[in-house]
Design a protein around this ligand. Sequence first.
Ligand SMILES: [Fe+2]
Length: 256
Amino acid sequence: MAGTTHPTASHSKLTVAEPYLIQQDCAAYTPEQHGVWRELVNRRMPQLKEHACQEYLAGFEQIGLQADSIPDLAKVNARLEPLTGWNATPVSGFLPPDAFFEMLAARRFPTTTYIRGRESMEYTPEPDIFHDVLGHVPMHAHPVFADFLEHYGKVCATVMGDKDKLERMGRLFWFTVEFGVIRQDGGIKLYGSGLISSHGEARYVIEGGPEIRDFNLEQVLEQEFKVSEMQKVLYAVESFDQIYEAAKEAEARLCR
Ligand SMILES: [Fe+2]
């Protein structure tokens, strides 16, 4: 059952992902870099307060994110781990799939520590700490989402050898973790990190750009998408139980 148990803060040892783990050097951030964080957060918050889902906004408060400085991941984790056992773990950059899924299955979110420059305020192809922490980590404080993401990592680790199955699981990630929306308070609210962390993508959704379909696992697993364009189709859930059940259902279908 989702949202009932979680591991303690003593994490199992990572093997495949181990070479990608780094330490975050908070003292090395310059005033200019803190300024970029501040500007990005202050730009996003008015829209997020109105259009992000309740669970995201609650998580933002619970993990203690601040607008004035780049988050110290140790402090974030000190608040996050007691809630769900998740940990935002510093990594050097993009991870290969096996390392990425190993971390998710261990409730450790691969988190970059560098921040974009001023030339990339609107968009950066590489993840940075703004996308990873502001975009992703608040949702990890929600028990059902937390269980979903761990289970998602476990299913992907199981189908690693099958390119077709992995591609389909990648679509599930894209239309939930990255570009997920939820019906709430009579409207469409954002929870996907790609929407939370991008002013332009979020505005496009708020203004009614994409077609919003009811979440349907069968369709999501087959739905192609383009990384470099605004999303034409999004899938709305009614509750986060739905994506937890979807991960279980995907497991039943793909891991037979
Ligand atoms: Fe992301």
